[in-house]
Design a protein around this ligand. Structure first.
Ligand code: ATP
Length: 338
């Protein structure tokens, strides 16, 4: 792949999934008596590549479009524009059989393990269900496989006949992870997988996810608004703002040299990240900006470093340093050292 293309990546190995120019506009009726529906630009031209075996963290504030991107990749929503390639094939062109295969290879771990588990089904039922739906195995074979999966995620084998309410939040998330692993996927979309958990349990689940990645060669798209979590988990990190990726770089590079003013504002809000620098409040997104697709940079109204061109021209995501992509009109030299 051309490492200067706008999808924002240096050549990191074999691409597993490519999102190319994805846009998603939701049309909703704002008020009962209003004739004009409003258009919410949830994604405004997102391109990114996931390379085999990596964790790509996707970070940004609530409402910036992270989950929508995950849902497009999961084929739960269709993009208004753009393409999604898995192993080089367009998933939107898949027929029924190909889609079934895709749903085995790509799995989702949900934010809220409580809500994602049926209270009337045992842990064994929940974990074994994908094996039944996909007719991978039958009867006793399924029970054996579920027992192995329970052990894999650190739960006792005798958890198999217990119900969700008999588990703690962390244990329920382990069940969700075991279910996601049942079909031996290649790609896992983890959408805020620890944000509903106590801080003390979060690290255990994150470490489990890392171990599973090592053991099974998994690729993760790790969606979170939590900058500490994304830093702990990711090889590369994409920062989203209002439906766009504004910066993408290797983990260490991004934290040591954030170039986009939005990333800098986000990071300045982390206590202790930059000792000696004042701890600033995060600038909130302008909700009204979601309803328009302005020609200028989406961060223009709140950017502390804006310059004239930012008002009318939306900067492309470009490689400014090796492997470090930024959508900003400022020159590298204009970005003050953090
Ligand atoms: N089905 C839908 N219908 C209408 N608007 C939607 C729909 N799904 C998402 N949106 C809107 O799209 C925008 C992006 O939402 P999305 O859930 O992708 O953001 P997010 O970054 O994942 O935020 P959060 O972390 O709060 O889930 C928001 O303005 C949201 O209200």
């Amino acid at each position: 792949m051309d490492n200067r293309n706008p999808s924002g990546h240096s050549n990191k190995g074999e691409a597993l999934l490519e999102v190319i120019g994805a846009k998603k506009i939701f049309t909703v009726q704002r008020e009962i008596f209003s004739r004009e529906p409003i258009r919410i630009h949830a994604l405004n031209g997102v391109s990114l590549t996931l390379f085999k075996g990596e964790t790509l963290g996707l970070v940004g504030e609530s409402g910036c479009g992270k989950s929508t991107l995950g849902r497009l990749i999961m084929h739960l929503e269709k993009p208004t524009e753009g393409r999604i390639l898995f192993g080089g094939q367009d998933i939107l062109a898949y027929g029924r059989q190909e889609l079934k295969g895709y749903f085995r290879r790509v799995q989702l771990i949900f934010q809220d393990p409580q809500a994602s588990l049926n209270p009337r089904k045992t842990a064994g039922d929940a974990i074994g269900e994908p094996l039944i739906i996909h007719r991978v195995m039958h009867g006793e074979e399924i029970r054996e496989r579920v027992s192995v999966l329970l052990e894999t995620v650190g739960l006792a084998k005798d958890s198999i006949d217990r119900y969700p309410h008999e588990f703690s939040g962390g244990q329920r998330q382990r069940i969700g992870i075991a279910r996601a692993l049942a079909l031996q996927p290649e790609l896992i979309i983890a959408d805020e997988p620890v944000s509903a958990l106590d801080v003390s349990v979060q690290a255990q689940i994150l470490n489990l996810l890392k171990e599973l990645q090592q053991s099974f060669g998994l690729t993760y798209l790790f969606i979170t608004h939590d900058l500490a979590v994304v830093r702990h988990m990711s090889d590369r990190i994409a920062v989203m703002y209002l439906g766009r990726i504004v910066e993408l770089a290797e983990n260490r590079e991004l934290y040591s040299r954030p170039l986009h003013p939005y990333t800098r504002v986000l990071f300045a809000a982390i206590p202790g990240l930059y000792p000696g620098k004042p701890h600033r409040r995060i600038l909130r997104e302008d909700p009204a900006a979601r309803f328009t697709s302005s020609a200028g940079c989406p961060f223009y109204p709140r950017c502390p470093e804006r310059i004239d061109p930012c008002k009318d021209s939306n900067p492309e995501l470009r490689e400014r340093l090796p492997g470090h992509f930024v959508a900003c009109h400022l020159d590298i030299g204009q970005h003050p050292v953090q």
